[in-house]
Design a binder for this molecule. Sequence first.
Ligand code: SF4
Length: 56
Amino acid sequence: MKYKVNKEKCRACKMCLRSRCPAIKITDKAEINIEKCNGCGLCASLCLVEAIEEYK
Ligand code: SF4
């Protein structure tokens, strides 16, 4: 499973960056490069507002 950011929910708190995942960058909101996501789910477990969701 891969992940994407729900931009409505994202507060740009940068908590997900603590995963050190190279697929995530934050400009105004967090963004996940789907090509680089390996589906580990660490970023989703760090997000306190559940803004990181399953990419379908
Ligand atoms: S942890 Fe969640 S709310 Fe914070 S920047 Fe990442 S996706 Fe956005």
